[in-house]
Design a protein around this ligand. Structure first.
Ligand code: NAD
Length: 276
């Protein structure tokens, strides 16, 4: 069992620091992965409408018999559904697929700035929060400028921004911008989509602590106050990725990992130029 830690969001609610990511997990497999994760002590699952596995995630939650209040469920609005009315409709569809009456966190998946719709979308998110169907509301892949526009035009600050973040792309400037605005940072592709697991500096730290490279990287996110959602469909790895609460990284480890940051470390799309 894990001793899961959590972060308090700016709306007073708590989010477990480690969750299960299910991007690229087929619907059927998502049911098994979610069930496996809940058994292993996870209390947090991150899906999205575009992952096309909300049904599978919902089945995994239902079949596990876990009490709804004991698990934190996030889903995301896909870009083509931005805009006030479309957002409300898309949210209903996500809830239906999940088989839930509320989500713990609803995120705008990408700012998609060319659509000029993220502020209206955010206004619909505020309504969903007022209705209690999205308990907390946040964003993903937003820059500091996008965040300031949302806050300036609505007075409502997102609880968190889910962004690409891993030891090779540490996003120090955006993290500082979040901190200044009371926004939590959530790391997507926290293991660099697996690419960081063979890094020699990570391997050395793993050996020193008798841990695996994945555990060292996940612990690094936790020690940095980040919320982290590693993805795996392999039961032993799902268990491994949450067994990170029985060791700590020391100063030497943290400075070795700090040195891996790179301006060229981004793996996924740049939110300013993404064509979707
Ligand atoms: P990740 O960094 O979590 O890496 C996942 C890969 O690492 C797996 O496919 C597996 O091959 C490998 N892996 C995982 N655990 C391992 C272990 N213990 N040992 C060895 N290999 C292991 O990559 P990800 O899936 O891109 O990101 C995680 C989650 O972040 C996604 O599932 C999704 O929920 C979220 N995400 C969000 C966005 C966004 O735009 N908001 C974008 C990408 C991902």
């Amino acid at each position: 069992m894990s001793q899961q830690t959590s972060i308090t969001l700016n709306d007073g609610r708590a989010i477990p620091q480690v969750g299960l990511g299910v991007w690229q997990v087929p619907d059927e497999t998502a049911t098994q992965s979610v069930a496996e994760a809940l058994k292993a002590g996870y209390t947090h699952v991150d899906t999205a409408a575009i992952y096309e596995n909300e049904r599978g995630v919902g089945r995994g939650l239902a079949q596990s018999g876990v009490t709804r209040g004991d698990v934190f469920v996030t889903t995301k609005l896909w870009n083509e559904n931005q805009g006030f009315d479309r957002t409300l409709r898309a949210f209903d569809e996500s809830l239906n697929r999940l088989g839930l009456d509320h989500v713990d966190l609803y995120l705008i998946h990408w700012p998609s700035p060319a659509r000029e719709a993220y502020v209206d979308t955010w206004k619909a998110f505020i309504r969903l929060r007022e209705e209690g169907r999205a308990r907390s509301i946040g964003v993903s892949n937003f820059t500091a400028e996008h965040l300031d526009r949302l806050i300036g035009e609505t007075g409502v600050t997102p609880v968190l921004n889910q962004i690409e973040l891993h030891p090779r792309f540490q996003q120090r400037d955006l993290r500082a911008a979040h901190e200044a605005r009371g926004i939590a940072t959530q790391s997507w592709s926290p293991l660099g989509q697996g690419q960081l697991l063979s890094d020699p500096a990570i391997a050395r730290i793993a050996q020193k602590h008798g841990k695996t490279p994945a555990q060292v990287i996940i612990r690094w996110h936790v020690d940095n106050g980040l919320v982290v959602i590693p993805k795996s469909v392999t039961p032993s790895r799902i268990r491994e990725n949450i067994a990170v609460f029985d060791f700590r990284l020391d100063e030497e480890d943290l400075s070795a990992i700090a040195a891996l940051d790179s301006a060229e470390g981004r793996i996924g799309p740049d939110p300013m130029t993404a064509k979707f």
